[in-house]
Design a protein around this ligand. Structure first.
Ligand SMILES: Nc1ncnc2c1ncn2[C@@H]1O[C@H](COP(=O)(O)OP(=O)(O)OP(=O)(O)O)[C@@H](O)[C@H]1O
Ligand SMILES: [Mg+2]
Length: 543
C-alpha cells in the first residue's frame, strides 16, 4: 500500500469496541474465572447500592446449567437495594464508563462505571442474547432487555413491562445467559468468591444456588451496615495539571480562581489561598477559572507541592474492623492463634487516603482445612481471587522475612493472612480490578501492618517452642532419676524411694516455674505500633 494511502485506514472506535476486542482486560479469560468475574461485578454493585441507600444487603445468586456440553449457563442475581430508575437502567447496565461512582471520591467497591455493562457485553458476545433486568425503583417495577451498540457505546433497551410493584418487591434482578464459562467449586470459583465476600462483609446475607440445586446460605453475623464512608473532595496533592484544568473548565459556581480552589478541593482555606498567592505572584487568583491556562495550572500544581497541607479527611475510610475480622476468622478457621491489626490512615500519591488492615490466623482450623501459606486479598472488602502475581499485597508478603517471626517457611506452614486495602480510589492494575498496583506508599503500609500482626504470632510461636523445649528437657532429666537415686542410696545409705521422691519434686518444681514464665509471655497482647512509619492519625485542623 502506498504510504499516503495508510490514512484511508484511519478510524475511530468506542470504548465498548475496545473492550469487545480486549475482554481479557476486564478479567474475562478462562472459563471458571469469567464466571466468577461476572458474579463479582454484579454482587459488588448490589452491595454498593444497598449500603449507599442504608439497606442491609440480602443477595441471591443462582447459577443454572442450561446445556452441559455447550457450557451454557443462566445467572440470576437479585438484591434488595434501591433499584435503578427506568431512565438510567440502560446506561447503568449497557453503557461503558457510565455510572454514579467514577467521578466521586467515595470509598465504594465499584469505581469505573464498566463492570455491569461488561457482563451484559460478555453475555451478548457468547450467546447473542440480551440481558434481562427487573428493577423496582420507588414503587415502579420495570422489566427490560438490554444489550449494547458497540460502535457507539450506547445501550439498546427494550422495555418489556412497567407496572406498580407489589409489596415485598424490591431491588434489582439481573438475569443473563452465558457461554464460554464454567461453574466449578475451586479456589477460583463462585462459591469461594462468595465465601470470602461473606467473610469481609459480615453485615450481608448471601444465598447461593449452584447448578446441582444445592443451596448454601452465608448468613449475616452483624445486624447493622458498616458506617457510611464520607464523600470527600479531591485533595490538592492528589491532582495533576490536566485534572486542575478540567475542574476549572467545568466549574460553574465560582467566579474567581481563589474561591474555585476553596470550593473544589479539600483543605484549601482562605489562608492557604494567600500562601499560594505569595508563591505565585504572576498568577492572578482573581481571574475566572474558565480562563486558567495550562502554564498557570502547571505552576499552581507545583505550588500545591510547596504548601504544607492538612491530610485528607480520614473518615472517608471505613475498614472491616478488628472485631469483625476476628469473628469472621474464628468462624472460618477457629485458629490456634489469631492476631488482627488495623493501621491508621495514610495517603498515597500525595493526596489519596487509604488504610490497611491485616489478620493472621495460625494453626488449629487452618491446619485442619489443609491451608498452607494462604493469602486472602481484599480491596474495599471485595475479594481479589486472580492476578496475584504483580499485586502489591502478594508481592509484599513474598518479600517478608518470615523467619524473623518464627514462621520457617510461609508456604509450608498452617498460616492464613488476610489483607484488606481500604481507599477512596484503589489503584488497580487493570480494568479487571483483581490486583493492586505496586504503589510504594501502599506497599510500605501493607508491610508494616503484616509486621505488626506477625509479632503477635511470633510471641505465641516462640512461647510454644519454649514450652516444647522445657518438656523435652524435663523428660531427658527425669530419665536419670532412677539411676541417680540408686547410686545416691548406696553412697549415702539413705532410702532409694525417698531420694527418688525428692529428686522428682525438685524437677517438677523447676520446670513448672519455667512453664509459668512461658505462659505469662503468651498471654500478653502483641505490642501495637512499634514499627517504623507507624504515624499517628493525621491531625485534623481548621481549614
Ligand atoms: N444493583 C444495583 N442497584 C442500583 N444501582 C446499580 C446496581 N448495579 C449498578 N448500578 C448502577 O449502575 C452503575 C454502573 O455499574 P457498573 O458496575 O458498570 O459501574 P460501577 O459499579 O460504577 O464501577 P465498576 O466498573 O468499577 O464496577 C453504577 O455506578 C450504579 O449507579
Ligand atoms: Mg460495578
Amino acid at each position: 500500500m502506498p504510504e499516503d494511502d495508510i490514512f484511508k485506514q484511519f478510524k475511530e472506535h468506542s470504548v465498548a469496541e475496545f473492550f469487545k476486542k480486549n475482554r481479557q482486560m476486564l478479567g474475562f479469560s478462562g472459563k471458571v474465572r469469567s464466571m466468577t468475574i461476572i458474579v463479582h461485578e454484579i454482587v459488588t454493585n448490589s452491595l454498593d447500592a444497598c449500603e449507599e441507600a442504608g439497606i442491609l444487603p440480602e443477595i441471591f445468586v443462582q447459577v443454572e446449567e442450561l446445556d452441559r456440553e455447550k457450557e451454557h449457563y443462566r445467572l440470576t442475581i437479585k438484591d434488595n437495594g434501591p433499584g435503578i430508575p427506568k431512565t438510567h437502567l440502560g446506561k447503568a447496565l449497557g453503557q461503558m464508563l457510565a455510572g454514579t461512582k467514577f467521578h466521586r471520591y467515595l470509598q465504594q467497591r465499584g469505581q469505573q462505571g464498566i463492570g455491569a455493562a461488561a457482563c451484559t457485553m460478555f453475555s451478548y458476545l457468547t450467546t447473542g442474547q440480551p440481558t434481562k433486568a427487573v428493577s423496582v425503583y420507588k414503587g415502579k417495577k420495570v422489566t427490560a432487555s438490554i444489550s449494547i451498540d458497540f460502535k457507539q457505546n450506547k445501550p439498546i433497551v427494550d422495555i418489556i413491562e412497567e407496572v406498580d410493584a407489589v409489596e415485598g418487591e424490591v431491588g434489582l434482578t439481573f438475569i443473563s445467559e452465558f457461554k464460554d464459562v464454567r461453574y466449578e467449586r475451586s479456589n477460583y470459583g463462585v462459591y469461594e468468591y462468595l465465601r470470602r465476600t461473606a467473610l469481609a462483609n459480615p453485615h450481608c446475607a448471601i444465598t447461593l444456588i449452584e447448578p446441582d440445586n444445592k443451596s448454601t446460605s452465608f448468613p449475616r453475623s452483624v445486624a447493622v451496615n458498616p458506617a457510611k464512608p464520607m464523600e470527600i473532595k479531591p485533595h490538592p496533592l492528589g491532582i495533576g495539571t490536566h485534572d486542575l484544568l478540567e475542574f476549572a473548565r467545568h466549574n460553574r459556581e465560582s467566579r474567581r480562581l481563589s474561591s474555585f480552589l476553596q470550593e473544589t478541593f479539600s483543605r484549601v482555606s482562605a489562608g492557604k489561598v494567600e500562601e499560594l498567592r505569595a508563591l505565585l505572584p504572576t498568577v492572578d487568583l482573581n481571574k475566572s477559572p474558565q480562563d486558567l491556562t495550562w502554564e498557570e495550572a502547571e505552576s499552581l500544581v507545583k505550588a500545591f507541592s510547596q504548601v504544607k497541607w492538612i491530610a485528607p479527611a480520614m473518615d472517608s475510610l471505613v475498614p472491616i474492623g478488628k472485631e469483625q475480622v476476628e469473628v469472621s476468622f474464628r468462624n472460618i478457621f477457629n485458629p490456634e492463634v489469631l492476631v488482627v491489626t488495623e493501621r491508621s490512615p495514610k495517603v498515597y500519591r500525595g493526596g489519596i487516603p487509604f488504610m490497611v488492615e491485616v489478620g493472621i490466623a495460625y494453626g488449629g482450623g487452618v491446619a485442619g482445612a489443609g491451608k498452607k501459606g494462604e493469602v486472602m486479598r481484599f480491596a474495599n472488602r471485595v475479594p481479589l481471587l486472580f492476578d496475584s502475581g504483580g499485586c502489591a499485597i502478594t508481592e509484599t508478603i513474598k518479600t517478608m522475612d518470615w523467619k524473623r517471626y518464627d514462621v520457617k517457611n510461609f508456604e509450608e506452614e498452617p498460616i492464613a493472612v488476610l489483607v484488606n486495602l481500604v481507599s477512596v480510589h484503589v489503584p488497580y492494575t487493570s480494568a479487571g480490578k483483581q490486583a493492586v498496583s505496586l504503589e510504594e506508599d501502599v506497599m510500605d503500609e501493607i508491610k508494616f501492618a503484616i509486621m505488626e500482626a506477625s509479632r503477635g504470632v511470633q510471641k505465641y510461636l516462640s512461647g510454644k517452642r519454649k514450652a516444647h523445649e522445657i518438656a523435652t528437657k524435663k523428660k531427658v532429666v527425669s530419665r536419670y532419676i532412677q539411676q541417680l537415686s540408686g547410686d545416691l542410696a548406696s553412697l549415702t545409705g539413705e532410702k532409694k524411694a525417698e531420694i527418688e521422691k525428692a529428686l522428682t519434686k525438685i524437677i517438677e518444681e523447676k520446670y513448672a516455674r519455667e512453664d509459668m514464665e512461658v505462659e505469662e509471655t503468651e498471654e500478653k497482647d502483641p505490642e501495637p505500633g512499634a514499627v517504623p512509619g507507624n504515624g499517628k492519625p493525621e491531625e485534623e485542623g481548621e481549614e
